[in-house]
Design a protein around this ligand. Structure first.
Ligand SMILES: Cc1ncc(C[n+]2csc(CCOP(=O)(O)OP(=O)(O)O)c2C)c(N)n1
Ligand SMILES: [Mg+2]
Length: 591
C-alpha cells in the first residue's frame, strides 16, 4: 500500500499499511499538548477535539482502531486526566454505545470511527439516533486532503452519505477548523431537537498542529431551558383540558431528553391526569403509580375525548395520531407538544400544538389550567382506567407464572421483574421477546429503559449495555436479547470482558426470527428465512469470550439462574429456551 501522504506535527510522513494498519506512525505523533497561561491549548488537531469533547462533558470515546483517527487517541491518552478509550469489535457497537450514552446521560455520546468502512459501519446507529432524538457526535477519519482525488486508502466523501440520517454532517477541512467545528457539533447535537452530528477531518489535518482557546459550552442547555411556548396556545390547551371528561396524557422520549420529567409528573399529579408513557418517557410516571394507565392503553386512547401527546412523534406507535373514532365515531381531538417547532406533526389533524422547552410547556400548562375557572375532576375516568389496569394485571399474572414446557417467554419476566432494583437499566434488543418486556416491565424511574425506538434496528444491544454499565456504575444492567438480535453484536461480549464490565444478558431463545415468522405465517400460511438453529448455546459463546452463563429449559430454573447472573462479576448470559409458538399478540406491524 502506498504512502497515505500524511503530514504530521514534525513534518514526517508515516506510511499506511494494508487493511488500514499503519506502519511507522510513532515518529509522527504529537509531542503532547499544552495549555498556556492565557488558556490557549496547543497540540495537534486531535488534542483540540478531545479537549472540546471533554469541555462538553464527554467521559468516554467509543472507537475501533484506524490510523486516520490516531491523533484522537493520542489526544485522549495525553489529556490530563486521560479521556477513557473504549475500543469495541464492530463500529456499530461504538456508535450504538455513543447513542445510548446520549440517551442515558443526556450529554452527547462520542464515537470516533476510522475513514470509509469505519464510518459506513455506523450508518444504522446514526440513523437510529436521528429517529430517537439521541444526542451524539461521530467524528470520522477521512482520507488526507493533500492527496484527495488521487485514490488514497478509503478515500470516501462521507458527509453526503451521513447527511440524510443526521442533524448535520460536514467536513472540517483544516486543523484550524477543528476547535470551533467540534464545539458546534456538540452544541447542535445536545440542543432540542437532539440528534446525531457527524464531522470528519482529513487525516493530514487531524495530525497537523493547531492551537486555540477551548470554547466554553456555556450553561447546560437543559438547566438553561429552551424556548418559551406560546402563551395563547397554552391557554387554548388548558381550556380544552378543562372541558374534557376523558383526557389522556402521553409522555414520550423527549420528556426525559429535555429534562422535563419532574414537570411532567407535577402536571400528572397536580391535575390528576391519567398518563401513558412510551420510549424513554417510561418511568416518568413510575410503575404502579395510580395515574399510570399504560396497561389500559387501548381503553384509554380508544375512549378518550382529548389526547395530549408530549415529546414523541405521532407515528405508528401512536396510531399516526388518530385516537378513537371506530364504528363511525369522531376521533378524539389531539394536542401535540414538542420540544421544537420542527417536531410538531404535520400529517395529523391537531386541535392545538405547542412547541418549546418541555418543562416550560408542562409547567405552563399547569399554571394555565389553574387560571381557567373550571377545575376538572377526572377521578371517575381514572377509576375506570384503573379497573382496566387491574384486569390486565390479573391477566398478565397468569402468563408471568406460566409453567408451560417449552417455556413461555412471559415466565422469564415473571422471574426477572421482582429481581429488578428501582434503578435497574433495562435494554431491549430483539423482536417479540422485547415486546413482551415492554408489556411486563414498568420502570420505576425515568432514564432506565432503552429500546430501539421508531427506527427499530436490531443490533444495538451490546453497545447499549456497554454504555449503560459505564453511565450507571452501581445499577443493575440487564440486556434482553432475542436469539436473532444476539447475532448482530454478541462478539462485543469480548469488549465487556476486556474492559471489566459485568452485565446480565437474558436471551429468549425461540430458534427463530419470531417477530417475522408469525406475520409471514399469518399472511402466507407458511414462512421462509425465519428459522434459526435450534437451541444454540449462546451461553457457550459468552463463556468462550471470557464471560459466564448457562442454558435454562425448565421454567423453575429461570429464577436461580438470574440470581447467579446478578451475583456474577463477569458478563453473564442466561440462555432460556422458549416456545416459538408463543408469539407476541400484536395489534400493529408498524406499517
Ligand atoms: C437490522 C434489522 N434487521 C432486520 C430487522 C427486521 N426484524 C425485526 S424483528 C426481527 C426478528 C427478531 O428476532 P429475535 O431477535 O430472535 O426476537 P424474537 O422476535 O424471535 O423474539 C427482525 C428480523 C430489523 N428490525 N432490524
Ligand atoms: Mg428469536
Amino acid at each position: 500500500m502506498s504512502d497515505a501522504g500524511t503530514r504530521t506535527d514534525d513534518g514526517s510522513t508515516p506510511s499506511e499499511g494494508p487493511g488500514d494498519s499503519p506502519d511507522g506512525t510513532s515518529g509522527g505523533t504529537s509531542s503532547g499538548s499544552g495549555a498556556s497561561a492565557a488558556g490557549t491549548l496547543s497540540g495537534h488537531a486531535g488534542d483540540l477535539a478531545v479537549a472540546v469533547a471533554r469541555a462538553h462533558g464527554v467521559e468516554t470515546m467509543f472507537t475501533l482502531s484506524g490510523a486516520h483517527v490516531f491523533p484522537m487517541y493520542d489526544g485522549a491518552v495525553k489529556a490530563d486526566p486521560p479521556l477513557r478509550l473504549l475500543d469495541v469489535r464492530h463500529e456499530q457497537t461504538a456508535a450504538f454505545a455513543a447513542e445510548a450514552t446520549g440517551k442515558l446521560t443526556r450529554v452527547p455520546g462520542l464515537a470516533v470511527l476510522t475513514a470509509g468502512p469505519g464510518v459506513t459501519n455506523a450508518v444504522s446507529a446514526i440513523a437510529q439516533a436521528q429517529f430517537s432524538g439521541s444526542p451524539m457526535v461521530v467524528l470520522g477519519g477521512r482520507a488526507p486532503a493533500n492527496r484527495w482525488g488521487s485514490g488514497s486508502l478509503q478515500e470516501l466523501d462521507q458527509p453526503p452519505i451521513i447527511g440524510p440520517v443526521a442533524k448535520q454532517a460536514r467536513t472540517l477541512h483544516h486543523a484550524g477548523d477543528v476547535l470551533a467545528g467540534v464545539h458546534e457539533a456538540f452544541t447542535l447535537a445536545g440542543s432540542a431537537h437532539r440528534g446525531p452530528v457527524f464531522v470528519d477531518v482529513p487525516m493530514d489535518e487531524l495530525f497537523a498542529p493547531a492551537a486555540g482557546v477551548v470554547p466554553s459550552p456555556g450553561a447546560d442547555p437543559a438547566a438553561a431551558g429552551g424556548a418559551e411556548p406560546d402563551p395563547d396556545a397554552l391557554t387554548r390547551v388548558a381550556e380544552l383540558l378543562a372541558g374534557a371528561r376523558r383526557p389522556v396524557l402521553v409522555l414520550g422520549t423527549d420528556v426525559w431528553a429535555d429534562g422535563a420529567e419532574e414537570a411532567a409528573l407535577r402536571l400528572v399529579e397536580e391535575a390528576g391526569l391519567p398518563a401513558i408513557t412510551n420510549g424513554m418517557g417510561r418511568g416518568v410516571v413510575p410503575g404502579g403509580h395510580p395515574l399510570l394507565v399504560t396497561k389500559a392503553r387501548g381503553r384509554a386512547l380508544g375512549g378518550s375525548d382529548l389526547v395530549v401527546v408530549v415529546g414523541t412523534p405521532l407515528d405508528f406507535r401512536l396510531g399516526y395520531g388518530t385516537f378513537g373514532g371506530k364504528d363511525g365515531g369522531t376521533p378524539a381531538p389531539v394536542v401535540h407538544v414538542a420540544d421544537s417547532p420542527g417536531q410538531v406533526a404535520t400529517h395529523a389533524d391537531l386541535a392545538v400544538s405547542l412547541a418549546g422547552d418541555l418543562s416550560r410547556c408542562l409547567d405552563g400548562l399547569l399554571a394555565a389550567l389553574d387560571r381557567v375557572d373550571r377545575r376538572p375532576d377526572w377521578s371517575a375516568w381514572v377509576d375506570d382506567l384503573q379497573g382496566a389496569v387491574a384486569a390486565a394485571t390479573a391477566r398478565d399474572a397468569e402468563l408471568l407464572a406460566a409453567e408451560a414446557d417449552p417455556i413461555h417467554p412471559a415466565r422469564i419476566y415473571g422471574e426477572l421483574v421482582p429481581r429488578l432494583a428501582y434503578d435497574a437499566v433495562v435494554i431491549g434488543d430483539g423482536g417479540d421477546f422485547v415486546s413482551f418486556a415492554g408489556k411486563f416491565v414498568e420502570p420505576r424511574r425515568p432514564g432506565c429503559w432503552l429500546d430501539p425506538g421508531p427506527y427499530g434496528c436490531l443490533g444495538a444491544g451490546l453497545g447499549a449495555a456497554i454504555a449503560a454499565r459505564l453511565a450507571r456504575p452501581s445499577a443493575q444492567v440487564v440486556l434482553l436479547l432475542g436469539d436473532g438480535a444476539a447475532g448482530f453484536s454478541l462478539m462485543d461480549v469480548d469488549t465487556l470482558v476486556r474492559h471489566g464490565l459485568p452485565v446480565v444478558m437474558v436471551l429468549g431463545n425461540n430458534s427463530a426470527w419470531g417477530l417475522e415468522k408469525g406475520p409471514m405465517q399469518m399472511l402466507y400460511g407458511y414462512d421462509v428465512a425465519a428459522d434459526l438453529a435450534p437451541r444454540t448455546a449462546y451461553d457457550e459463546v459468552v463463556r468462550a469470550l471470557g464471560g459466564a452463563g448457562e442454558t435454562v429449559t425448565d421454567p423453575r430454573g429461570i429464577g436461580p439462574a438470574l440470581d447467579r447472573a446478578f451475583a456474577a462479576d463477569v458478563p453473564y448470559l442466561v440462555n432460556v429456551i422458549t416456545d416459538v409458538g408463543a408469539a407476541y399478540p400484536r395489534a400493529t406491524f408498524g406499517i
